[in-house]
Design a protein around this ligand. Structure first.
Ligand SMILES: [Cu+2]
Length: 160
């Protein structure tokens, strides 16, 4: 009897842990791939967050992000202003049905504003993504090296 109980509780803890190494989430018809954030240095006021959103359902929209790691989190896009790349806050990121939208350096991203502590490479932190239709889902952002995933614009991008 005792052995049986032990086996069951082991099984439950294994199930609760989920598949090892997987770092994907779903919210309704939205598949969320590998949320990550760029490591920051001491004194850096904000940090970028990135992930891949595949919408297998009806048209939806990422409308907000909540996180304890920073005072606020905003949705940003990058735009040319003359010949300078600048960030601009957007109300939401459209997720058309059947499409994949990637938040990545140089494009749409989440900006964790007024960080309470630097984002350390190798650590992770929880955040909640809020979709217009699919609702809320809690995910973990993995912090990766500052240069990770740098696309075209390099270290460019004037920050507010
Ligand atoms: Cu930004």
């Amino acid at each position: 009897m005792q052995i049986r109980t032990l086996t069951l509780s082991l099984l439950f803890s294994l199930l609760a842990a989920g598949p090892a190494g997987a770092h994907d989430y779903t919210a309704g018809g939205i598949q969320i791939g590998h949320p990550w954030a760029r490591a920051t240095v001491a004194g850096q006021p904000s940090g970028g967050g990135f992930l891949k959103l595949t919408n297998t359902g009806a048209d939806d929209k990422l409308v907000a992000v909540r996180a304890d790691i920073s005072a606020t989190a905003e949705l940003h896009t990058m735009q040319m202003d003359g010949d300078v790349m600048r960030m601009r806050q957007v109300d939401g990121i459209a997720l058309p049905a059947g499409r994949t939208v990637e938040l990545k350096p140089g494009g749409y991203h989440i900006m964790f504003m007024r960080l309470k502590a630097p984002l350390k490479e190798g650590s992770s932190f929880p955040a909640t993504l809020i979709f217009e239709k699919a609702g809320e889902v809690k995910v973990d952002f993995k912090v990766q090296a500052a240069g990770a995933g740098a696309g075209g614009h390099g270290s460019g991008g004037t920050h507010h």
